[in-house]
Design a protein around this ligand. Structure first.
Ligand code: FPP
Length: 257
């Protein structure tokens, strides 16, 4: 046992071994959002094609979803494909577009068994037909589940989301259903794709990049951020516990004192 913990520390630089039991003694974040970054570098380090990193990343999505559900986290939002990711080579985009289908086809029965609800934010209309079909089926088949909400951000960009919301609100004003004075933060939030979700409590970004990359800019206003150098395919349950332990130490004041 000692040996196992020591080895683990050596590999990932932890000074403390967190356990689920410790973490559950204090409130866990209700909504965790993750920018899953570093798949390409993980593959490169192993002289593998980038697709191998994305494939491994998909396995980690399954592992972390299961664990988040066990911890009682209510919403897990995962940035799987951004509006900017279309700029990648076609072969990589094609592969990334196959992953939701592959993930959902492989794991949907387990997700249903674990009472997980699948949801999506982002412009799904621009996704290939086969991706849309898989996503729609998963959303439909899990819509009555009451456990963790697994919320994929697919073809998601925060500026596009806010721009769309502004246009919709402008139309309401133009048609006389809403006055400019009535537009408050609640109204704006109600036109975002996250309208039925509470804002994230904790944002995790892997791979050492310290930026938001057009992710949930409105929703992250008061979120606690946790960055790690760990590449997404190397991300483990222990890293999630570490992020939550750090979250539990932070004093959230939401602008108050
Ligand atoms: C960023 O790493 C990662 C992505 C753009 C894709 C994320 C997708 C997954 C983790 C798998 C998705 C799984 C499902 C179920 C949809 P990068 O490629 O930018 O890595 P790099 O910065 O090291 O090149």
């Amino acid at each position: 046992m000692f040996n196992k913990i020591w080895k683990h520390k050596e590999q990932s630089n932890f000074s403390i071994e967190y356990t689920k039991e410790n973490i559950l003694q204090q409130p866990v974040p209700e909504h965790v959002a993750i920018i899953m970054d570093g798949n390409g570098r993980w593959a490169k380090k192993r002289a593998l094609p980038r697709a191998a990193g994305h494939y491994e990343g998909m396995q980690v999505v399954r592992k972390i979803t299961r664990f988040a559900n066990e911890l009682g986290i209510k919403v897990l939002t995962l940035y799987a494909f951004s509006t900017e990711n279309w700029k990648r080579p076609k072969s990589e985009v094609d592969y990334l577009m196959k992953l939701p289908e592959q993930f959902l086809t492989t794991f949907l029965p387990e997700l249903i068994e674990e009472n997980v609800t699948v949801r999506v934010i982002g412009d799904c209309n621009q996704l290939p037909e086969h991706t849309q079909t898989a996503v729609k089926k998963a959303v439909e088949d899990t819509k009555h589940n009451t456990g963790l909400i697994l919320n994929f951000a697919l073809n998601y960009g925060s500026r596009a989301e806010i721009t769309h919301a502004v246009k919709e609100i402008a139309k309401q004003v133009q048609q006389g259903h809403l006055s400019a004075e009535q537009i408050d933060e609640e109204v704006v939030a109600s036109y975002l794709m996250t309208r039925n979700l509470k804002d994230p409590d904790l944002l995790i970004r892997t791979s050492g990049e310290i930026r938001l990359s057009n992710f949930m800019l409105w929703q992250l206003a008061y979120t606690e951020f946790w960055f790690t150098d760990v590449l997404w395919p190397d991300f483990t349950e222990q890293h999630l516990l570490e992020a939550i332990a750090e979250f539990q130490k932070r004093g959230r004041r939401f602008g108050g004192i």
